[in-house]
Design a protein around this ligand. Structure first.
Ligand code: GAP
Length: 452
């Protein structure tokens, strides 16, 4: 198994490309930025939307046993008491009395944030650390005009609890029966002590979580099923198999609710790190909310009544987008020129095709190119570009990961053919202009092989 990332990407290079090409900007940039907060630009929005759409396609659209939910971000505060988050969703925190920096006591000696807590930056003296104290990661806010003890509320630190507290609503309104799942995509908030590494760990991020409710004696089987199904999802979207692994948690790592968890880890340039966790949560959550709310949360069938067990695949949309970007990032020399290319799976690429008249100012070429573009964009995300040299336009499309470019030249006027250029192989082929849409749609559906 590999132990170092293979390829040209570093987190810094990917972040620089993301900013330069309008994927992701540091948040509140003109005010100096807000540490570890990011704003998505046009291509980033499209990329992350594609990640979420593929998740929903695989977990909901292509199955008949999972339904969607979109619960509120601010839930009743008792939800977080019952779930164990008020009492236990905390990290051990230490402060340095001299340099005033804060560290996670369980991450000392690691350099994930780029700082080494054993030394002051630029100095030689060791940090003078306080005793560890527990720091709750939930962001507190208040409801209503008066801020007092009774008004306290929390921004959700995970989307999962919104699902558990809707178990009764869903089972009584929709045609579901265990084994079945409830899926949710949405923002979560954690006051992380050491956020960092670009989109990897932020304080505001999007999760894609699914709670799969099963008869208790089927939980082991479904746990194994979902670990493999989720692994296949990343591979199916082109992630290199050599950079993806399953890591079962040691018993002392398990969360308070879990009787078994496996992480899917990606080999980022910072090392193997969690991409998604798949947990066997048993009946912990339904039990906790039934007890705290006084509402029965059992499954009641014709001849049976039981508290389902829950298998939870919990992924991060931003973290997945980062992993796909890192995995796709490549640099190579082409005819003496350096090119940077995002070899994104076509289904994830923000733009699928670029229409490029060879000479932007040539009215005859534009007259052919514009109607082609206007027709294509109704079927798939397309771009039209008639600025700069053709080489520059190809480079720009390579850097945003556009899999195909169509070039209209003077032969088009003579014989009705155009050139289709492949982003990865750089092969150029002539095809009839009127077949362009059908060919692109076929290629979009065709199997795609990631680079080695
Ligand atoms: N409901 C279980 C749960 O929330 P988790 O492992 O804490 O489990 C699930 O979070 C996923 O959410 C992680 O695998 C990661 O992809 C993403 N995630 C968690 N914290 C994050 C953060 N601070 N920034 C970005 N993504 C995060």
């Amino acid at each position: 198994m590999l132990d170092t990332y293979q390829g040209a990407a570093t987190i810094e290079k990917v972040a620089a490309l993301a900013r330069r090409r309008g994927f992701v900007y540091p948040s509140s940039d003109i005010y100096g930025g807000l540490g570890s907060s990011y704003d998505y630009g046009h291509y980033g929005v499209l990329l992350k939307q594609n990640v979420k759409a593929e998740w929903q396609r695989a977990l909901v659209q292509e199955r008949e046993d999972v339904v969607m939910l979109d619960s509120a971000i601010i839930l009743h505060p008792q939800v977080w008491v019952a779930s164990g988050h008020v009492g236990g969703f905390s990290d051990p925190l230490v402060d340095c009395r001299t340099c005033k920096l804060r560290f996670r006591a369980d991450h000392l000696g690691q350099s994930a944030c780029g700082r080494k807590p054993s030394k002051h930056p630029g100095e030689t003296a060791d940090c003078d650390l306080t005793e560890a104290r527990q720091f709750n990661l939930m962001f507190e806010t208040s409801i209503g005009p008066v801020r007092d003890e009774g008004s306290v509320a929390y921004l959700r630190p995970e989307t999962a609890q919104g699902i558990f507290v809707n178990f009764k609503n869903v089972t009584s309104s929709l045609r579901v029966k265990p084994p079945f799942g409830i899926a949710q995509i949405g923002k979560s908030f954690r006051n992380e002590i050491t956020p960092g590494n670009f989109l990897f760990r932020m304080r505001e991020f999007e999760q894609m979580e699914m709670e799969f409710f099963v008869p208790p004696d089927e939980s082991t089987r479904w746990f194994e099923y979902w670990v493999e199904a989720r692994r296949q999802w990343y591979l199916g979207l082109g992630m290199r198999e050599s950079h993806l692994r399953v890591r079962p948690h040691d018993p002392d790592e398990l969360s308070h609710y879990s009787s078994g968890t496996s992480d899917l880890e990606y080999l980022f340039p910072i090392g193997w790190s969690e991409l998604e966790g798949i947990a066997n949560r048993g009946d912990y959550d339904l039990n906790a909310h039934a007890t705290a709310s006084g509402t029965k949360l059992e499954w009641i069938g014709h001849e049976e009544r039981y508290l389902p067990h829950v298998i939870e695949p919990a992924a991060g949309a931003d973290r997945a987008a980062l992993a796909f970007l890192v995995d796709a990032y490549d640099e190579e020399e082409v005819a003496g020129d350096q090119r940077t290319v995002l070899r994104l799976h076509p289904r994830l690429a923000p733009v699928k095709v670029a229409v490029l008249p060879l000479i932007g100012k040539d009215a005859g070429l534009v007259e052919k190119a514009r109607p082609l573009y206007e027709d294509l964009r109704r079927a798939l995300p397309s771009e039209y570009d008639d600025s700069a040299s053709i080489g520059k336009r190809y480079r720009r499309q390579d850097e945003i990961g556009t899999p195909w470019a169509l070039t209209i030249d003077h032969d088009t006027l003579a014989d009705g053919t155009i050139t289709i250029r492949d982003r990865d192989s750089l092969e150029q082929e002539r095809i009839p202009l009127e077949r362009a849409k059908a060919i692109l749609l076929e290629r979009l559906e065709a199997p795609w092989t990631p680079r080695a």
